[in-house]
Ligand binder design. Structure first.
Ligand code: GLV
Length: 309
């Protein structure tokens, strides 16, 4: 039994070293080196080349090294009926929360707009905003959404959340399902998307949704580019219904230079950096699942295939 790491971002050695540091002697290979394909039972993947998972006749488990698994479902050559696991990690959730808090504070205190004015030599105090004036609405109340909601409550924001099923989070008004969606949107001044990308959520950040937000709302997408209809966001920013957006994820990454987001004054961009799996924090759950696979025990953080996350 052996494990293969498949990713294209130059981080294979980092993951290999982290795995070996916590389990010396583990039989682990990079997909780029010569390796015994019939021995591979577990693949640790992140945006693998399409088709590469079909190469392993005895593969029993696909483990995403991030929270998202959408890239695995997008590859229709992945062998069917194999279990898939995702990462659920406290550090990943904390990092995401810190990033979103930074974007929210930058918006609240107009730091992005003051920076633009500075480059133009404009001295122009803007409206002063306070935490207590704002309701933040989080779409998606999984591990990441819950952590962010709890931190926002600690800071004194009014916080509400929307998810598929009703959640109970201290200090957070929780809405659920289609029937709860409009009520959630009507009162959300800062919208944060932390949903998994599935067939049901693709394109959910669209004109119809934006229109239901109050005028001047701010939109943050730190989930996946596929949630957002780019043209709809641009239209609603340009007609001043939305005051701005903070984006970390895009349909195509890196975002092509000709994309209108690059030079839009109301868009704060970061390069898919909000929260990235830390190897030493994530490796224990990967090794635990490797062990469980050997023993035939139930896996940690297994994806529910019908839900797609
Ligand atoms: C990052 O985008 C992740 O899914 O972990």
């Amino acid at each position: 039994m052996a494990l293969v790491i498949i990713r294209q971002d130059g981080k294979i050695d980092l993951w290999k070293e982290a795995l070996l540091a916590q389990q010396p002697g583990l039989e682990v290979y990079s997909y780029l080196e010569n390796h015994p394909k019939d021995k591979i039972e577990m693949a640790l993947v992140w945006k693998h080349p399409n088709g590469s998972l079909a190469d392993y006749p005895n593969l029993k488990l696909i483990a995403s090294s991030g929270a998202g698994v959408d890239f695995i479902f997008e590859d229709d050559t992945v062998p069917e009926n194999l279990p898939i696991t995702r990462v659920v990690d406290d550090m990943l959730a904390k990092d995401m929360s810190e990033h979103v808090l930074a974007v929210i504070f930058s918006h609240l205190k107009n730091l992005d707009r003051y920076r633009i004015n500075q480059t133009k030599g404009i001295w122009k105090p803007m409206q002063y905003n306070r935490i207590s004036d704002f309701t933040v609405g989080i779409m998606g109340l999984g591990a990441l959404g819950k952590e962010l909601a709890t931190d926002l409550v600690k800071y004194g924001f009014k916080v509400q959340g929307w998810a598929n099923s009703k959640k109970d989070i201290h200090g957070v008004s929780c809405f659920a399902g289609e029937s709860g969606f409009s009520g959630f949107l009507e009162t959300t001044q800062i919208l944060v998307c932390l949903l998994p990308l599935t067939n049901a959520t693709t394109g959910i950040l669209n004109k119809e949704l934006f229109k239901q937000l109050p005028k001047g709302a701010f939109v943050i997408n730190v989930a996946r580019g596929g949630h957002l209809v780019d043209e709809d966001l641009l239209e609603m920013l340009n007609n001043d219904h939305l005051s701005g957006a903070g984006l970390d994820v895009y349909h195509q990454e890196p975002l092509p230079m000709e994309h209108p987001f690059w030079n839009h004054e109301k868009i704060q961009m970061t390069p898919h950096y909000a929260s990235v799996s830390d190897t030493s924090s994530v490796v224990p759950q990967i090794l635990e699942n490797y062990d469980r696979l050997q023993k035939g025990s139930p896996l940690l953080n297994e994806v529910v295939m019908d839900k797609g996350y």
